[in-house]
Design a protein around this ligand. Structure first.
Ligand code: KG4
Ligand code: ZN
Length: 341
């Protein structure tokens, strides 16, 4: 008996993603991004994203089928991100998935975006280690999750109380005059900078904060500290060493993220840490997490960068897992639920 052939659709933010998997094997991962259309606004504009999804949906489905060498009629199931995300953007994906499900007579699986970010790792490293601790860091979320069984949901241990990690990267990049989205640019600039040049604050790590926010994050104070530092330098007529600021800022973010992830893993007795979301592409975060985890006898799994950012393959991966574990499909009145946990 073959593993199920599943098509997954992701439209929660600005990427129209259509992926096709057979079980744990990735066959196609087509992504159309509207990121360039948002660049001049310095952030994602919901109405622009919805319209772009609508235009990209059919061509992206066709491209995925072509790459995978499958016809729509070959599919065993359709999976789609039902939330959380931008309401209008989600709606385009959910409506498209329902149309395919009805037209093909194949089951529909609505999946949680965060759980899909976790499930994608099995396309690269095989079956998920369950239970595991997942750290999802992107432009929209920064969460620590306990994953007992990825098909029944993920259990939030903590999250950011203000900006998401990726948002902090994007805002600091803007301060430094780097293009949007800023994460990759900071990563590159930091490579030639000194990470201990400036001692930026580590949010929610004081003894008092840890009492209430042990597994939560805060990045807005860090962003403000960078803004103040840049201002002070400019007022003094000094030139800003972009590489040093980038490296010191990045060090502060990665330090807090890995510290709290390791603490959460130790507290819940899990030996595997999985990192996902766009910021998981960060080279310093990967290196620091692997190094610190190894020192504690823990393992770290990070999918390759292309699978960390939003894509359809992650949705297909979770859909295939739901089918393989015999979970019930969604009803055809599946709502697009923007505020899903
Ligand atoms: O997962 P993603 O594609 O979309 C969501 O936000 O859900 O993540 C995008 C975020 C952006 O904020 C981007 O700046 C950040 O991931 N990012 C990075 C890197 N590559 C992407 N942040 C730090 N270092 C990177 N190499
Ligand atoms: Zn995401």
């Amino acid at each position: 008996t073959d593993a199920p052939l599943v098509l997954g659709i992701e439209t929660s933010c600005d990427e129209t993603g259509v992926g096709i998997v057979r079980g744990h094997t990735l066959l196609a991962d087509a992504v159309a991004s509207s990121v360039d259309e948002h660049a001049r606004f310095g952030g994602v504009v919901p109405e622009v994203a919805s319209r772009a999804h609508l235009e990209a949906m059919v061509p992206t489905i066709e491209r995925a089928c072509e790459t995978a060498g499958v016809a729509l009629t070959d599919l065993d199931g359709i999976a789609v991100t039902s939330g959380p995300g931008l309401a209008g953007a989600l709606l385009v994906g959910v409506a498209s998935a329902k149309a395919l499900s009805i037209a093909l007579g194949k089951p529909l699986y609505g999946v949680n975006h965060l759980a899909a970010h976790v499930a994608v790792d099995q396309l690269e490293h095989g079956p998920l280690p369950e239970p595991c601790l997942a750290m999802l860091v992107s432009g929209g979320h920064s969460s620590l999750l306990l994953v007992e069984d990825v098909t029944t949901g993920v259990d939030p241990l903590g999250a950011t109380i203000d900006d998401a990690a990726g948002e902090a990267f994007d805002k600091v990049a803007r301060l430094l005059g780097l293009p949007f989205p800023g994460g990759p640019h900071i990563d590159r600039a930091a490579a030639s900078g000194n990470a201990v040049a400036i001692d930026f604050p580590r949010g929610l790590t004081s003894r008092r904060d840890l009492e209430r926010h042990r597994f939560d994050f805060s990045f807005s104070g860090l962003k403000t500290a960078v803004a103040r530092w840049v201002e002070t330098q400019q007022r003094a007529g000094a030139t800003i060493d972009v590489a040093d600021v980038a490296a010191s800022f990045q060090e502060a973010v990665c330090d807090v993220l890995t510290r709290k992830a390791l603490d959460a893993a130790a507290t819940h007795g899990v030996e595997d840490i999985l990192i996902g979301g766009g910021v998981a592409a960060n080279s310093r975060l990967r290196a620091m997490a692997v190094e610190r985890a190894a020192a504690k006898g823990l393992r770290v799994r990070v999918p390759r960068p292309g699978l960390c950012t939003d894509n359809g393959a992650m949705v297909a991966a979770l859909g295939a897992e739901l089918m393989q574990r015999g979970r019930a499909p969604s009803a055809l009145d599946l709502p697009a639920d923007s505020s899903q946990p």
